[in-house]
Ligand binder design. Structure first.
Ligand code: AMP
Length: 274
């Protein structure tokens, strides 16, 4: 389906519950895992493929974002997705569109601080997609942990009835979290990229050994990252698992997360502690 009205017609003939998997395409095993989960839990599975211009804070990132409709549709077919909604930009943002959904505190630190406007773009497009699909369940990846929290907050505050489901991060065997942007990594950069996961594993080991000083855990991650010359950390965080405020001491559930540039490619990853 390319248009809102085509989508509406197709949904009218579809069984409930409906599960939706919003994506920006260039589908990989992480997306497939979300689709499989949606298929298990719903009568109808909808995938959306839309590279949302409003969530890119760097125009180069938007223009070079990988695109391959034919390949994506083949993957959706293999995974037995029932409906694929791949609208052009003007179908999502028609002429005269002039609304921004802006989420408060949980959207401000980490990705929100590093990428101004990013979560406004995400919240706005997801609100539109959830309203168009009126799904019972929407599936998102834990790889983008803050995004899940932002969308949960948005759905709760705007009385969107869709239940937000978070799914585990799918990784390559060497630990690198799958991401459409990994395609931009050259071979040497690709070899360096698992350092994010190694840093997070070191954080987890320290936490499991009883370390509760968040500063020491951040330092542990930085030390691992420093040993990889191609890694340029943007932030290294140990934050409260509910509010995402940076912690001094870990008492309840915490989120260790990082954003690292490997060459020009920006990668993020995280690990829940507790
Ligand atoms: P994207 O196409 O990158 O916007 O991602 C679409 C959805 O897939 C988001 O909910 C992501 O969090 C999720 N996702 C991306 N990469 C992974 C991964 N490696 N494992 C699990 N989910 C992922």
């Amino acid at each position: 389906m390319r248009t809102r009205s085509e989508l509406r017609d197709a949904l009218g003939a579809s069984g409930r519950p409906i599960g939706v998997v919003p994506t920006m395409g260039w589908l990989h095993e992480g997306h497939r895992a979300l689709v499989r989960r949606a298929r298990e839990e719903n009568a109808t599975t909808v995938a959306t493929i839309f590279i949302n211009p409003r969530q890119f804070n760097e125009s180069a990132d938007y223009t070079k974002y990988p695109r391959d409709e034919t390949r994506d549709l083949a993957i959706c077919e293999e995974e037995q997705v029932d409906l694929v909604f791949m609208p052009p930009v003007e179908e999502v943002y028609p002429p005269g569109f002039d609304t921004t959904v802006s989420i408060g505190a949980v959207a401000r630190p980490l990705e929100g601080a590093a990428r101004p406007g990013h979560f406004d773009g995400v919240a706005t497009v997801v609100a539109i997609l959830l309203n168009l699909v009126r799904a019972d369940h929407a599936y998102f990846g834990q790889k983008d942990a803050q995004q899940v929290m932002v969308i949960r907050q948005m759905a709760r505050d705007l009385a969107i009835a869709t239940e937000v489901v978070s799914c585990p991060t799918v990784r390559d065997p060497d630990g690198l979290a799958l991401s459409s942007r990994n395609v931009h990594l050259g071979p040497v950069e690709r070899a360096a990229a698992p350092v994010l996961h190694r840093a997070l594993r070191a954080a987890r080991s320290a936490w499991e050994a009883g370390e509760r000083d968040a500063g020491i855990i951040r330092e542990t991650m930085r030390t691992v990252l420093e040993r990889e010359p191609l890694a340029n950390p943007e932030y290294v965080s140990v934050a409260d698992g509910t509010t995402l405020t940076e912690l001094d001491r870990i008492v309840g559930p915490a989120l260790a997360s990082l954003a690292v540039r490997i060459g020009t490619t920006r990668l993020i990853d995280n690990e829940v502690l507790g």
